[in-house]
Design a protein around this ligand. Structure first.
Ligand SMILES: [Zn+2]
Length: 161
């Protein structure tokens, strides 16, 4: 059975305990921007239920043009007012640098990507950079944002101030 088939089986089980439909606007008026890391199940680790929050994920949980597009829609169309950033220890983006990633892709495919990987070495610095971008972007209705590092070995969040 492929992984997709296993997920379809799991979905049928999910539908049997489905909690029912919810409004499109998140009930707790919060958006989470987080890394795509497979060890961060954001809803349980933040105490969120279905319909509570938007979750925007990418490699690193970095604030890109598309992250800002999603946050802007989240706030102006769907009423969120708090933003929570969740980066984490042992991130894949700490395993190389931007040039190394571009070299790797070019060697494998013959094509050098036009974007940078947004790799980083210090996770706290990376969170501070993301906080600064959210706080200064002119398109948001609310600049209320806090940033955290999730420890993948303990399950605990640590705030970056
Ligand atoms: Zn990561």
């Amino acid at each position: 059975m492929s992984e997709t088939d296993r997920m379809l089986t799991a979905n049928a089980e999910w539908a049997e305990r489905f909690p029912g439909s919810r409004p499109v606007a998140p009930a707790r008026h919060v958006a989470v921007v987080a890394c795509m890391d497979s060890r961060m199940p954001l809803f349980p680790l933040l105490g969120l239920e279905v319909g509570d929050a938007h979750v925007i994920r990418n490699a690193g949980g970095v604030i890109t043009e598309d992250t800002l597009r999603s946050l802007t829609i989240s706030q102006h169309l769907l009423g969120t007012r708090e933003t929570v950033l969740v980066h984490h220890t042992d991130c894949g983006l700490q395993k190389t640098d931007d040039r190394g990633l571009a070299d790797l892709v070019q060697e494998a495919t013959g094509h050098r990507p036009p974007w940078t990987g947004r790799t980083f070495t210090d996770v706290d610095t990376d969170v501070r950079e993301s906080l600064a971008v959210v706080r200064t972007t002119p398109y948001l209705a609310s600049h209320e944002v806090r940033g955290f590092v999730y420890d993948v070995d303990t399950g605990l969040l640590r705030e970056v101030v």
